[in-house]
Design a protein around this ligand. Sequence first.
Ligand SMILES: [Zn+2]
Ligand SMILES: [Zn+2]
Length: 256
Amino acid sequence: MKFSVLGSGSKGNSIFVESGSTAILVDGGFSGREIAERLSRIDRDMSCLKAVFVTHEHHDHISGVGVVSRRCRVPVFANEGTFRGAGKRLTKLFKQSEFETGEAVSFDGLQIRSFAISHDTADPVGFVIDDGKSRLGICTDTGIPTRLISRRMAQCDALVVEFNHDPVMLKNGPYPQSLKQRVNSSQGHLSNSDGAGLLDSVIHDGLGHVVLAHLSETNNHPEIAYREAEKVVRDRLELSVLSISEQQRPTELFEI
Ligand SMILES: [Zn+2]
Ligand SMILES: [Zn+2]
């Protein structure tokens, strides 16, 4: 399996995952043009996409999903709550495919299992994607790292984990009080230490890549997030397993 975080942060999120002749996106929170452009930077073309899986209905995760679905003539998979929450923003799709949170969807040689996370949307999820050889766990946009999340993210070969904010930067930063409270709440976003705690609960010898994701451009610094993750990884794995995804450009295409 190969994957690249095409971009991550409050201005847009999308992850490309490929196995054999199958390729999917998890979320499509950029314009169709931007997604095509970012795919070209990892030497891939939109025409290779077979489906889009959606974690939740926030704009930074779905803004380009409709365009991709129509242009590539591919189904969009989400749970009922996410389709309902998205309303008109996720209609006019090539095909709407509903899954139940927690169930595994078999799609074109991939097994994609959703799991519940804690965020201020109808029914937000993370995913574990398994192609029979390796497993990728994806969890961003959750206010708390629950036991269920740790259970699902365990024994993956690679992880994309939220390291959203530094609590001190958030507290002293420019966000209005209501937004600070939202980010901090149990249905907001994981702080660096929350993300590190989640990583600590699932770290194992076989973990090949850990990509820190959904970093706030206002309330975080990549170096601070990296240092928190480094504390967990040091002495247990090579530090080269750690990467940081960015808002503006895709990560490399990781192989697991
Ligand atoms: Zn988000
Ligand atoms: Zn969100």
